[in-house]
Design a protein around this ligand. Structure first.
Ligand SMILES: NC(=O)c1ccc[n+]([C@@H]2O[C@H](COP(=O)([O-])OP(=O)(O)OC[C@H]3O[C@@H](n4cnc5c(N)ncnc54)[C@H](OP(=O)(O)O)[C@@H]3O)[C@@H](O)[C@H]2O)c1
Length: 337
């Protein structure tokens, strides 16, 4: 059987391009050893965190290795099995994305119930982006009724959920995103209180100040850099800034990254800044997240959007699209029906 997969061909310097990826075909043996399963991937995720993993630097997760298949979240179905715990037809989540098929001993595979849940939801609203939004907003951000919440990157997977979780908790929500279509979705579907296109706004900080006249109680930051700097000017006394990501700088060389110039606002206003990596919070908060999300969805409080590319050969394009705003909601690659 022929498997197609994407290998890491070259490190970005610093802009990633299609040259960083190589489509490789290989033959998977027909025979499975005892305990092994053959998994056909149905969906794979591309995520911004993969970009820092392309740099050869130590971080909370090891860098990708050149000339190896890339890794990332995927959901697939067991097609052949020599493992009684994983019969044919079982849906499994793994970190073996960027490939069509793989053989596994079963280690690292999570069984997922798809009887009432779309398989790809485990990579999005019910998966890593969903719990990131939940932990950052409700647990660490302590969003509560009456707060003014500002969300950068508001049209993406995490940001779109942060906006709606904050609305469900009774907050006034302002979001920014990089296209008029995303702004329209934020206002008319997510029904947040105000939204603007940061790419066409001449004075980001002035616009944000005008939309948050009482100041920002909770800032959920997906972008960092100039947006973090601008938002600090509008923080309220004892406000909270939850730093989730700094995508504005992921493709910048270290010396070109945006510095924060308004840090004194943190001092003067007693602002709390808290960064986090969701992996550190998943086990503790997964149950509450699932229960709250199910409740909010049943109450019609959460809309969920996906942007889908088809075929493993399109995965690099989908990944690069994260850096020019090609996605509304979660960016996904569909690999098979
Ligand atoms: N801390 C954690 O554990 C954790 C977990 C998941 C994700 N994250 C972080 O959360 C953020 C969002 O992740 P996601 O998975 O939901 O991705 P996403 O928001 O669905 O996709 C990325 C979006 O970032 C925006 N963007 C790209 N380059 C930008 C730039 N230079 N300036 C401003 N915006 C830019 C684009 O939207 P526009 O059209 O608005 O430009 C793009 O659609 C990322 O920073 C990611 O690294 C952190």
């Amino acid at each position: 059987m022929i498997n197609r997969e994407i290998h890491f061909a070259q490190r970005p310097s610093p802009q990633p391009s299609l040259d960083c990826f190589k489509l490789v075909e290989n033959e998977l043996g027909e025979e499975l050893k005892d305990g092994q399963v053959l998994v056909k991937n149905l969906w794979m995720s591309v995520d911004p965190y993969m970009r820092p993993r392309m740099n050869d630097v130590k971080s909370y997760i090891p860098p990708f290795q050149l000339d190896h298949v890339l890794e990332g979240g995927a959901i697939g179905v067991v097609e052949k099995s020599n493992n009684p715990k994983l019969p044919v037809g079982t849906h499994v989540e793994s970190m073996n994305g960027w490939r069509e098929y793989f053989v596994s001993s079963g280690k690292g595979l999570g069984i997922r119930d798809t009887s009432t849940i779309a398989p790809q939801d485990y990579l999005g609203i019910l998966g890593m982006p969903g719990i990131t939004a939940y932990v950052g907003t409700k647990i660490l951000g302590e969003a509560k009724a009456g707060d003014t919440v500002y969300v950068s990157g508001a049209g993406g997977a995490v940001g779109s959920l942060v906006c709606q979780i904050a609305k469900a908790l009774g907050c006034t929500v302002v979001g920014s995103a990089g296209s008029d279509a995303k702004v329209e979705w934020l206002l008319n579907t997510a029904k947040i209180d105000a939204a603007f296109n940061y790419k066409t706004e001449a004075d980001f900080a002035a616009k944000l100040a005008a939309l948050c006249p009482k100041g920002i109680d909770l800032f959920f930051d997906n972008v960092g850099g100039s947006q973090l700097d601008g938002a600090l000017l509008s923080m309220r006394k004892n406000g909270r800034a939850i730093l989730c990501g700094t995508i504005e700088d992921y493709n910048e060389a270290p010396e070109k990254r945006h510095g924060v110039k308004n840090l004194f606002k943190v001092v003067a206003l007693g602002v709390t800044m808290k960064g986090f990596v969701v992996l550190d919070y998943m086990a503790e908060h997964h149950q509450a997240f699932t229960a709250d999300m199910a409740k909010w969805r049943s109450e019609g409080k959460i809309d969920w959007q996906e942007t889908v590319y088809e075929g493993v050969d399109k995965a690099p394009e989908a990944f690069l699209g994260l850096f020019n705003g090609a996605n509304l909601g979660k960016m996904l690659v569909k690999l098979a029906d």
